[in-house]
Design a protein around this ligand. Sequence first.
Ligand SMILES: [Zn+2]
Length: 120
Amino acid sequence: MSNQSEIDLLNTKELFDFLQGEMPEGFQIPKKDIPRLTPDQAMTVIWYLGNKHWQVTDHIERCGVCGEIYDTWGAGFCLDYGREPYHFCDDCMSSEEFRRKAKRNPNRKERRAFLAGEWP
Ligand SMILES: [Zn+2]
C-alpha cells in the first residue's frame, strides 16, 4: 500500500468513526452537536463526498447568525471569543449580533479600532 493510500484509509476511517460519534483526539465538540449516524449512513456521506470529488477543507464555515455556508478565504469574519456566534458571513457582519460582539472584543486595540469604524 502506498503512503498516500494509507493516509486516505486512515482519514476515511477517522471520518467514518467521527460521523458515528467518536471524536478524534484533540477535538472538543459540544455533546448536542456530535453526529450519531449509523454505519450505513456514515458510509453514504463518505460515498457522496468521494463521488463528488470534494476535497474537504477547513476554510469553509457556517455563519452563526443566518446559517449560510461561506468561504472564509474570501468573505465573512471570525470573532472567536466569548459565546457563539463565532462566524459571520459578509451579510451578517452588518448585523446587531456582530456589532454587539465586536464591542466586547477582549483585544483592546481591535475594540478601539472597531468603535472608531476602522476594523475589521
Ligand atoms: Zn450570515
